[in-house]
Design a protein. Structure first.
Length: 275
């Protein structure tokens, strides 16, 4: 008899070499669990356009930085929007899914984010610093990121870059959500080892901080990761809001937390398909 289970196309680049992480392991384990409820096929992001029409939904997971296949991603996005294909995360994200413009928008709105400008002509809008972080507006995974002195900024070409003061933070912490439900938090106690993560017990204030950005993004379905740093003054500042294909660091979790996340992910995907 034909299957009545939803057909899901799972987009991943199993060969992508991420610094300090093994994307392939995470997706192999996740898809093994998703197969319990869905008819599943895996494909590389370059193949997604050709295959998406044959499935009930497309789940974009560890597909690597879009910069590596920008034209193919734009074609996929346009095709999905024109045909009404169900893409998870939905293509309505206002954060990393749409580039880094949101860092400028959140800075202008006075939100707790590392202050960001897109032109050295506006350097007076940033706190004075000895060093600055310069990153591509369409960057990801620290590709193209540079740390420059104030003097080196004078010869910087502004096209397509963002500038932030270098924050000598105490540690980085990430908050993971499925839909609008908090799942877990992880932090890197050593600032020089971003992906040596340990479970983190979020405070009430931490959760209020993270939820501000989840609410701002307004995505009804999907997985999001709020990345923040603990500034020298003790406050949290947003580093990025990953709403396209956030790596989940599931290997850093205890079994019970990992299982709870997978259960929440499955439930979210069922709701998304039923919506």
């Amino acid at each position: 008899m034909p299957s009545t289970r939803p057909r899901v196309l799972y987009v991943t680049d199993l060969a992508y070499q991420a610094r300090g992480r093994r994307y392939c392991d995470e997706d192999i384990r996740l898809t093994a669990r998703l197969r319990e409820e869905f008819d599943l096929a895996l494909c590389h992001p370059l193949d997604a356009v050709a295959l998406l029409d044959a499935f009930d939904a497309v789940v974009v997971r560890n597909s690597g930085p879009v910069l590596g296949y920008q034209a193919a991603y734009e074609e996929f996005r346009a095709r999905a929007l024109s045909t009404g294909a169900r893409v998870y995360n939905p293509l309505t994200g206002r954060a990393d899914m749409a580039g880094k413009q949101y860092l400028l928008d959140l800075t202008a709105a006075g939100m707790p984010v590392i202050p960001t400008i897109d032109s050295t002509a506006h350097l007076d809008r940033l706190p004075r610093a000895e060093r600055y972080v310069v990153k591509p507006r369409l960057g990801a995974d620290s590709i193209g990121l540079r740390v420059l002195s104030a003097g080196e900024l004078s010869g910087l070409a502004d096209d397509g870059v963002l500038v932030q003061p270098y924050v000598d933070f105490r540690y980085e912490v990430s908050f993971y959500f499925v839909d609008h439900d908090f799942q877990y938090a992880l932090h890197a106690p050593d600032p020089d080892r971003r992906w040596r993560l340990e479970p983190y017990r979020a405070t009430v204030e931490d959760m209020e901080f993270a939820r501000r950005f989840i609410d701002w993004n307004g995505m009804e379905h999907g997985i999001q990761r709020v990345d923040a740093c603990r500034a020298p003054g003790g406050e949290l500042l947003l580093v990025e809001l990953e709403d396209l294909n956030p790596y989940l660091s599931l290997d850093a979790l205890p079994d019970t937390t990992r299982d709870a996340f997978v259960t929440a992910f499955k439930a979210s995907l069922r709701r998304f398909l039923a919506a």
